[in-house]
Ligand binder design. Structure first.
Ligand code: GLA
Length: 726
């Protein structure tokens, strides 16, 4: 791995053994994007197209801004107006209201590792080098440091920008994306994920065309409606082959991921903070750090891209005791009881769960204030003694006495208008002056940009965690932000609130997590509403969706795996008929699908006969035995539920000696036939034994000829193959 500057060709070449990213200076003034793809030693002048050559002159004299070359050139940090009329990566408004920004090369530095980003989560920087390219606007004194990190062992480039005001007048940052890549051509298909509550992250693909296309969230969170991710796929790309360029953002707030195809059929791809409802005043001497973006190239199709992202998450994103290790198998009481529980019922449920081999009992919503429905008490984090006469302390003691761990649900960022907290501090919620306080799920959002609110949340949540002696926390967030406004921000800084909220949230989470390093934290946002790499830096797993229906889960987990590994995906076996869809699926299928994530249960075990509890105990045992493989194995998608009647995926251990394959048919069919499923990632030279049947197959045979999946009988039937090398 190295970053080399060649003064002859004026190129920065960031390469590891597999990929390269090449930047070329135009006349020592503007950094232009030259190449991103498989490793290349250099790119000579002759390889540069005519249009590019005009824009890549060898000397300053030949380069003239009079011909507006920048509108035709692939840039690394474009700004609007200096000859380039596409949307730029940065847009700054000066004190006099004008907004030209002529960012030219000032200096560069190549350092070992990667600087931490102030206030923001980011990937760790070991086995990495970073190019810091500083550009400056001479007239205003605005400087931009572009960070590019290349890793020895990851096919990912981390990018971000630090914007500094070195002038003597304040300036307003009107937009600041984290990364921009100008592709010379636009022969790509764009892949994004969009959805809604209980049907998050559905995959969408379309050919890109002249104009702007992409996804964004202005909801104050990365959202259930879409995801801070996009990928550009070269033609004929599939799961196993083809050039894929993935972009993902390490940020939990509003974002935008956009591709603009211009007059020359070039494609400008950018990702970063949502520019709408955002600006940031930079006083002289102040700086602004953008979140980190990950640019992930794979020549091996979508599976290749996902495996790169998964490695990034496992090796540089998740932290703490549970990153890289087994997770407790849990039962959550939400779908078992909703708000209707008492200590006796919970302890009985836990005891039954213990019989089924379950490790951790999680008490969900409804244990505090007087919360019998979703219309009160958020913010009042004291025990409801009507339901829990001995408080969470007494319940926790009983759960621990069963030999189980105890976990607790909290929703720290929220406040119910019907709460003691709201009656004491009506100014603590986000609200726009005298305008109506628009509620969602009967609740308002605390203003996490305020220090007093942050301190209250840390204090109240850590007190509950201490009282309950908790081993696990589910951190929920059940509404998006409306009627933006903070009582503590001056008028010109009101549009900073979205980002300040997220900075406040990260700070609060860090303070709590640092105090309880042994606790497992799972993030949640009305299901999968904050499913982003920023959250994963803080909490190693996230509730994937409130939809626990195995059929819908096939779709949601399939697409979630585009970026996130199985170790991040909360996945539970729930009751039938399913509470979100009314659909009934076999227990084996519900379990097989939940094995595609951090496995758990969410149903009333007290209603199940003993035989089913025994079956559940067997499943729990099976998962426990294979958990490392299930959570951290190399993941391959085999059959897409978006394309047909089957879903299939598999994970393979790093040494290729063990694999687990999951196959689900959607609907039963008349006169069906068996299916041949070709596997991936095995060692062709090894023989593998099917643990269940004892049958032996060659790795080559399994990957070329395929394994036979029994024809479907009924709807949603599934089969799993556990293979071990002999
Ligand atoms: C959200 C979560 C659920 C559950 C409820 C409780 O919807 O996603 O899992 O915790 O809140 O109110």
């Amino acid at each position: 791995m190295s970053i080399i500057y060649d003064s002859q060709t004026k190129c920065f070449n960031l390469s590891n053994d597999r990929i390269s990213y090449v930047i070329r200076m135009a006349a020592d003034l503007y950094p232009l994007h030259l190449y991103w793809g498989k490793r290349v030693r250099r790119i000579s002048d002759k390889m540069v197209s005519r249009r590019m050559q005009d824009g890549y002159p060898q000397s300053d004299e030949k380069f003239s801004l009079h011909e507006t070359p920048l509108d035709h050139l692939p840039q690394e940090c474009p700004t609007y107006g200096v000859g380039d009329l596409r949307e730029g990566m940065l847009h700054v408004i000066h004190q006099d209201g004008t907004h030209a920004l002529d960012l030219r090369y000032a200096s560069h530095e190549i350092i070992e590792g990667k600087p931490e980003l102030p206030g923001l989560p980011s990937a760790r920087g070991d086995k990495a080098q970073t190019l810091i390219l500083t550009l400056a606007d001479a007239l205003s004194g605005i400087r931009v440091k572009l960070y590019y990190t290349i890793y020895e062992d990851l096919d990912v480039i981390a990018r971000s920008a630090l914007i500094e005001n070195g002038g003597d007048a304040p300036a307003v940052i009107d937009r600041a994306y984290s990364a921009c890549v100008d592709f010379e051509y636009s022969d790509y298909t764009l892949m994004t994920m969009s959805g809604a509550w209980a049907r998050e992250r559905q995959l969408y693909t379309r050919k890109i065309a002249p104009g702007e296309q992409g996804v964004s969230s202005a909801r104050g969170a990365s959202s259930v409606q879409t995801s801070p991710f996009m990928a550009l796929l070269a033609s004929n790309t599939n799961e196993d082959a083809g050039d894929v360029y993935g972009f993902a953002l390490c940020y939990s707030g509003g974002f935008k991921a956009t591709v603009e195809v211009d007059q020359n059929w070039s494609a400008r791809a950018m990702i970063g903070i949502q520019p709408f409802n955002f600006n940031w005043t930079l006083e002289p001497g102040a700086s602004f750090q953008t979140p980190e973006a990950y640019l992930c190239y794979s020549p091996d199709g979508l599976n290749g891209m996902s495996q790169n992202f998964h490695k990034l998450v496992h090796r540089r994103i998740t932290t703490g005791k549970y990153a890289g290790s087994k997770r407790p198998i849990l039962i959550n009481n939400w779908e078992a009881t909703y708000f209707n529980f008492n200590e006796e019922k919970l302890v009985a449920l836990a005891a039954r769960a213990k019989k089924a081999g379950i490790d951790l009992f999680v008490l969900d919503d409804g244990w505090f204030g007087h919360r019998d429905a979703d219309n009160s008490s958020l913010g009042d984090w004291f025990d409801d003694k009507r339901k829990l006469p001995n408080g969470i302390a007494g319940l926790s003691e009983k759960i621990h006495a069963l030999g189980m761990k105890f976990g607790l649900w909290v929703e720290p960022e929220m406040i119910s208008p019907d709460s003691e907290l709201y009656r004491a501090h009506p100014d603590w919620c986000i609200h726009a002056g005298e305008y109506i306080r628009v509620e969602s799920r009967h609740q308002l959002t605390l203003d996490m940009s305020r220090q007093d609110v942050q301190d209250y949340v840390v204090e109240a949540i850590t007190a509950a965690m201490k009282r309950g002696n908790v081993d696990y926390v589910k951190w929920d967030m059940n509404r998006f932000i409306t009627m933006w406004g903070s009582e503590q921000l001056p008028a010109q800084r009101q549009q900073e609130l979205g980002h300040r909220y997220i900075l406040g949230l990260y700070s609060v989470m860090r303070r709590i997590i640092e105090k309880y390093p042994d606790v497992l934290f799972e993030s949640c946002a009305g299901g999968g509403g904050r499913y982003d790499l920023g959250m994963m830096c803080l909490m190693p797993q996230a509730w994937t969706t409130d939809d626990t229906d195995a059929h819908m889960r096939c779709r949601i987990q399939y697409s979630t795996s585009m970026v996130f590994p199985q170790s991040c995906m909360g996945a539970h076996v729930s009751a039938v008929p399913n509470h979100q869809t009314g659909r009934s699926t076999p227990l084996a299928t519900r379990a097989a699908v939940a094995m595609g994530g951090t496995y758990g249960y969410e149903l009333n075990l007290l209603e199940l006969p003993d035989e089913e509890i025994e079956e559940i105990a067997k499943l729990t045992d099976k998962v426990r035995g294979m958990q490392e493989l299930l959570l951290y194995g190399t993941f391959f998608r085999l059959k897409s539920p978006y394309e047909g009647n089957q879903t299939a995926w598999m994970c393979v251990s790093e040494d290729k000696k063990e694999a687990i394959v999951t196959h689900v048919f959607t609907l039963g069919q008349p006169n069906p036939k068996d299916v041949r499923l070709t596997l991936r990632g095995l060692d062709p030279e090894l023989d593998y034994q099917d643990v269940e049947t004892g049958a032996i197959y060659g790795g080559d045979e399994l990957m070329l000829h395929g394994i036979i999946v029994k024809k479907p009988w009924g709807d949603y039937c599934s089969e799993q193959f556990h293979l071990k090398a002999l």
